[in-house]
Design a binder for this molecule. Sequence first.
Ligand code: FE
Ligand code: FE
Ligand code: ZN
Length: 263
Amino acid sequence: MSMAHTAKSIGANVFQFYTRNPRGSAAKDIDPQDAADFVACQRSGEIGPIVAHAPYTLNACSDDPSKRAFAKRTMADDLRRMEFVPHNFYNLHPGSHMGQGLETGVAQIAEMLSEVMKPEQTTTVLLETMAGKGREVGSRFEELKMIIERTALGERLGVCFDTCHTWDSGYDVVGSLEAVLEEFDRVLGLERLRVIHLNDSMNARTSHKDRHAVIGAGKLGEEAIVRIINHPNLRHLPFILETPNELEGYAREIACLRAQWHG
Ligand code: FE
Ligand code: FE
Ligand code: ZN
């Protein structure tokens, strides 16, 4: 799988990819040989867990029933395909309730997840912590908890913690990382925390903007990010950079962070 090659070429041992373009159009057929090669590569330990990201335009709690149906169809197809590379992650933005209200939004998201998650599935579905832009659901840990509680196989859901989003939502990951993680543990349980999206933020805390910055060039700053990657409850997790970079920039960030990681 060439994505694994690219990842290794920039010093990464985990990576994230979008399952299809933002319009959610048909994904390419899976080549079983490519999938088998990738599985072998993962078994050898060269590559750790990978994260498939659902198209960010999917909206499980749209006020338009045809858009909800589309989100469900797309997610079901993605999850079917993920089983070609078992035991990895599928990350989802919970959705935007479009003025229907949080309760309705949560109910619609949980309904979709209940229909597409199967007991035999090896892929772990992750709900991403959101910045709270517009009518986004999932910017508070409690909202993710509501989804988990109402989903049929909710005990199998994990959470992806995006450092830019949580900051933009109001959690002080710079000044009070310990308190934020305690709150996460109290509301969701730290065992649900499976992946970190490691991003700096262009905006002030509680801005609800969701504009990622390169590591050290935003309001979180390099020191806070180095504390995050070295926190005893986090340092073992897959860290995914979603910073505005080309490959060279990612290679530099990875090298810089590795040099400061005391794994
Ligand atoms: Fe995301
Ligand atoms: Fe993210
Ligand atoms: Zn974002």
